[in-house]
Write a protein that binds this ligand. Structure first.
Ligand SMILES: [Zn+2]
Length: 87
């Protein structure tokens, strides 16, 4: 089982994002449409489940989800698994 809590929001708390100027940053993730303060944060982001999830969406021709949206999805999925295991 993937330890979501570890990687879920790694790299998201230091985002410099705003919808208008993320493209101006030197360190961005095009797939997730976010910007980072430095290369380390960018690299950390590439390892997150959030990023991988958006990559899959891109392949399916779907728009990326925000970190917040992704977190909600993970929590919802977790609750589902929990219910399955406990019912
Ligand atoms: Zn990304």
């Amino acid at each position: 089982m993937v330890p979501y809590s570890v990687t879920l929001l790694a790299g998201t708390e230091n985002l410099v994002v705003s919808a208008e100027d993320w493209e101006m940053s030197a360190y961005t993730c095009i797939g997730c449409r976010v910007a980072f303060a430095d290369a380390d944060l960018q690299r950390a982001h590439y390892k997150t489940d959030w990023h991988r999830y958006n990559l899959k969406r891109k392949v399916a021709d779907m728009p990326p989800v925000t970190a917040e949206n992704f977190q909600k999805r993970v929590l919802a999925q977790r609750a589902q698994v929990y219910n399955l295991l406990n019912n």
